[in-house]
Design a protein around this ligand. Structure first.
Ligand SMILES: *Cc1c(COP(=O)(O)O)cnc(C)c1O
Length: 376
């Protein structure tokens, strides 16, 4: 929470929940990544928050961009980044979208199977490809499942196929799971990467790059290590597995770049109990799973919530959103401590909400408008 955000909210007169994002925090985060990993290029994961002001700032600071669709590529180009600074990092692309990206000048593509390599070879001949490998997301609060990536022992074959089809077999990528609280989780994937580098070198293919993905955390209720500790652990793992032949590296922070730059202001719509004996209060906010807080799914992300009554006695509550969908409950399995004095009409501030909120908001479910966003 910055003074600029507090000032902005004090002056705001409009009704309804909103997310306010402070660009100064994004600038500090970019600088911290650049310092923590000085030889690594930063590709901001656009999906975390594609607000034009964020993309403009990062383009000016020299960031590159990880994109997942042609629309994201167009947003980044509009922010003034050249196509050499864009990676089409989604492993699931329509061939005509690859062709459109290629026509824009994008020449770096993610793949994780031979069929995707063939699409890239047809639609973007001569482009660079990196193969994503599966990585166990343990330790991450928002794990990324098996949807993307192939087994490490398949990656060599995928990249060899790319090489045969005239593409540049450029490197490997992985993602250790979003909100990864353990800086040592890069070690296993880097061991697997080094083995693939060696294997392909023996077959005459010199890979050049390891994409270390995202996963850098934002501080929610629990503390997280500083970016500098991630930089240190990653550098040590690179040394350990690649010796003095460390490849070119890139990172793709999303949450870690913008999460702590944003705050949501919301309002308490109702406080009630379900029966006379019920000890647990229900606190209903004007924001929920469908207008910005989708990451409370399975109570995975637990945002810090501040109120004007902080310091008063607290009581565990169930927190829910405003829609008529029964899944629109934010925290129930693990109830949330809120001040007893919190009442209908009170404002609450939900911190750490700069990433994965505005674009996760439904367009008009139940008549609730999409989450308003202000970038200051
Ligand atoms: C979403 C995504 C990221 C960003 O992940 P964070 O955990 O938010 O840092 C990075 N790379 C790829 C390929 C992604 O899909």
């Amino acid at each position: 929470m910055t003074d600029r955000i507090v000032d902005f909210l004090r002056r705001r007169t409009e009704d309804g929940p909103c997310m306010v994002l402070d660009l100064d925090v994004v600038r500090d985060n970019y600088t911290s990544f650049a310092k923590a990993l000085p030889d690594t290029r930063v590709f901001y994961a656009v999906k975390a928050n594609p607000a034009p002001e964020v993309l403009d700032l990062l383009a000016k600071l020299g960031s590159c961009f990880d994109t997942a669709s042609v629309v994201e590529i167009e947003q980044v180009l509009a922010a003034g980044a050249t196509p050499e600074r864009i990676s089409f990092g989604n492993t699931i692309k329509k061939e005509r979208d690859i062709a459109r990206a290629h026509a824009y000048g994008v020449s770096l593509f993610a793949v994780d199977c031979e069929a995707e390599v063939e699409k890239v070879a047809r639609a973007a001949p001569g482009a660079k490809v990196f193969c994503r490998i599966l990585c166990d997301g343990s330790g991450a609060e928002w794990p990324l499942s098996r949807k993307f990536g192939c087994a490490p022992d398949m990656a060599g074959r995928v990249l060899e196929h790319a090489h045969r089809l005239g593409l540049v077999a450029y490197g490997l990528s992985f993602h250790v799971g979003s909100q990864q609280r353990n800086p040592r989780m890069w070690d296993g994937a880097l061991a697997a990467s080094a083995a693939i580098f060696k294997d392909l070198a023996e077959r005459g293919i010199a890979l050049q790059m390891v994409n270390l993905g995202g996963g850098f955390p934002t501080k929610y209720l629990k503390n997280v290590p500083a970016v500098r500790q991630y930089g240190k652990a990653i550098f040590e793992a690179l040394r350990k597995h690649f010796g003095n032949r460390i490849p070119e590296t890139i990172i793709e922070p999303g949450r870690g770049m913008v999460g702590n730059a944003g705050v949501i202001e919301a309002e308490v719509v109702l406080v009630s109990k379900k029966s006379d004996e019920d000890r647990m209060r229900w606190v209903y906010l004007d924001i929920g799973k469908f207008n910005g807080l989708a990451e409370t799914m399975d109570e995975m992300i637990r945002y810090p919530i501040r109120t004007e009554f902080d310091g008063d006695a607290t009581e565990p509550c169930i927190i829910a959103g405003p829609t008529c969908d029964s899944v629109d409950v934010l925290y129930e399995k693990e109830p949330y401590e809120l001040p007893v004095s919190l009442a209908i009409g009170s404002k609450v501030l939900i911190e750490g909400t700069g990433a994965y909120t505005t674009t996760y908001s439904a367009v008009g479910f139940n008549g609730f408008p999409p989450l308003k966003s202000y970038v200051i």
